[in-house]
Design a binder for this molecule. Structure first.
Ligand SMILES: *[C@@H]1O[C@H](CO)[C@@H](O)[C@H](O)[C@H]1NC(C)=O
Ligand SMILES: *[C@@H]1O[C@H](CO)[C@@H](O)[C@H](O)[C@H]1NC(C)=O
Ligand SMILES: *[C@@H]1O[C@H](CO)[C@@H](O)[C@H](O)[C@H]1NC(C)=O
Ligand SMILES: *[C@@H]1O[C@H](CO)[C@@H](O)[C@H](O)[C@H]1NC(C)=O
Ligand SMILES: *[C@@H]1O[C@H](CO)[C@@H](O)[C@H](O)[C@H]1NC(C)=O
Ligand SMILES: *[C@@H]1O[C@H](CO)[C@@H](O)[C@H](O)[C@H]1NC(C)=O
Length: 406
């Protein structure tokens, strides 16, 4: 039942995403207006354009090239620019007419900045107020009540999907302008805890040595494969049984000291060293792709990547459906010494309590060849028709993936 609901939800979200992604293309809308070229460039560079194209009932407050240069003057990082520009995307539809007819003359609009969860409290809301003389003022809610930007003109209206308006200057917010945390300041366990990997995060927090190793690597490149809560809970008795040093090795085994985006993982089959790899102690695993699916394998088990918690170079954190077990700590067979290894996988005598289902690899469809790329490349000459087809195909693939995951 739960699975059916999940499936329906998945179907619903993927199909709505698909439908909405056809509704508008902010890059194309702004391309007709050279005075917004800098704004447009940064919407693309920060990937906010994709997010805007995915949504409906939104208002983009566009900034002229001159207004953009105020933001860029302090040389903010791309993540800070993303925060500031996401404050300029209102999650409601405000055409020119509605702006001048706001109930009670004032409203607070939620923004994409607020929706990202990076904005605390009321930061991330924009105050829109009808001022005297037919002017409409805009101000970030955490800007001391100052409405220093005003509505200039309507740029494009596609009711009620997207309204693009020009405002006179950038909305200023200390919170949005605050330097976005660098990779070494990102709270790794906080991200995990908030997104279904609390058990694993708690194990890391309880092990200062492993947590430090993670943090030391976050700056130079780190990819973590954290098991989802149910999986880690089921595994916990085994984990608890490990010595302190082995616990540390185990936790360090689930991260690699390089940044790997999902597409890098998808195009890379092979052995990976981990944070636990240390001379004789190999503690490695094998990345193996099956179509759109990325699996990680050791002699003990195989796990699937099921989601992405963060993917911002140099840091990526993925979730896995099961706990990947290093052969150094969990023997496939009884022999405690790395003597002649018993035939791997299915041939091996299953250790107590690990009645593993037969490998699912054979069941994975070989038909998952992502042949949407050529279509994507010709999209520009075909006014998006082919791009639509490609997206439809991609949708099909992701649905198949979703079904496999369920
Ligand atoms: C939006 O338009 C731009 C410029 O025409 C194009 O490069 C981009 O691929 C389009 N995006 C989508 C999602 O169709
Ligand atoms: C408008 O003001 C009235 C009276 O102050 C209040 O009851 C109502 O909730 C306000 N409406 C909105 C949409 O804020
Ligand atoms: C918006 O700001 C103005 C001026 O500071 C204030 O009077 C008004 O109450 C604010 N509106 C809302 C909905 O908070
Ligand atoms: C709004 O989006 C829907 C699809 O989500 C589309 O069918 C419709 O044509 C769009 N309306 C406008 C005015 O672009
Ligand atoms: C990071 O997140 C964890 C788990 O949510 C929390 O206990 C810890 O206090 C956070 N650390 C910092 C420095 O914010
Ligand atoms: C814990 O270790 C003991 C001794 O090595 C073993 O007998 C027992 O099965 C282990 N328990 C689990 C849950 O792995």
């Amino acid at each position: 039942m739960q699975q059916l609901k999940l499936l329906l939800l998945l179907l619903f979200t993927t199909t709505t995403t698909f439908t909405f992604s056809h509704a508008h293309n902010i890059t194309r809308i702004l391309a007709d207006h050279p005075d917004f070229s800098t704004f447009n460039h940064y919407l693309t560079a920060t990937h906010l354009a994709d997010e805007i194209n995915r949504r409906t009932t939104i208002t983009v407050c566009a900034l002229s090239n001159a207004a953009m240069s105020d933001i860029l003057a302090s040389h903010p990082s791309i993540n800070t620019i993303k925060n500031v520009l996401s404050l300029h995307v209102l999650l409601d539809y405000f055409g020119a007419k509605k702006l001048h007819q706001i109930t009670n003359g004032t409203a607070l609009a939620a923004t994409m900045f607020q929706a990202t969860g990076s904005a605390p409290g009321s930061a991330g809301f924009v105050n829109i107020t009808d001022l005297k003389g037919g002017k409409v003022g805009f101000g970030a809610e955490d800007n001391g009540g100052n409405l220093d930007a005003v509505f200039v003109k309507s740029v494009a209206e596609k009711p009620y999907n997207i309204s693009v308006i020009q405002i006179s200057k950038a909305l200023t917010s200390d919170v949005a302008m605050a330097p976005a945390p660098g990779p070494s300041e990102v709270n790794l366990t906080g991200i995990m805890s908030a997104h279904g990997c609390k058990e694993f995060a708690d194990a890391l927090i309880a092990n200062g040595e492993a947590l430090n190793t993670y943090q030391d690597n976050a700056e130079g490149g780190l990819t973590v494969f954290c098991p989802l809560d149910d999986a880690f809970k089921a595994f916990f008795p085994k984990y608890k049984n490990l010595s302190k040093a082995d616990k540390t090795s185990f936790l360090e085994f689930l991260a690699v000291p390089v940044y790997q985006s999902l597409s890098m993982l998808k195009s890379n089959n092979g052995v990976m060293n981990t944070l636990a790899t240390d001379g004789a102690k190999k503690f490695d695993f094998t990345v193996q792709n099956e179509g759109e699916e990325v699996t990680l394998k050791t002699k003990i088990d195989t796990v699937k990547i099921t989601g992405t918690l963060i993917d911002e170079q140099p840091l990526a954190i993925y979730t896995t459906d099961k706990v990947l077990m290093p052969k150094e700590l969990f023997k496939g067979a009884a022999a405690p010494t790395p003597a002649p290894a018993p035939a791997p996988e299915k041939a091996a005598k299953a250790p107590k309590g690990s009645k593993r289902a037969p490998s699912t690899e054979a069941a994975d469809s070989p038909a998952d060849s992502p042949d949407d790329d050529p279509a994507d490349q010709t999209a520009d000459d075909n006014s998006g028709v082919k791009a639509g087809a490609a997206r439809f195909l991609a949708l099909g693939l992701s649905l198949c993936l979703g079904l496999l995951l369920l």
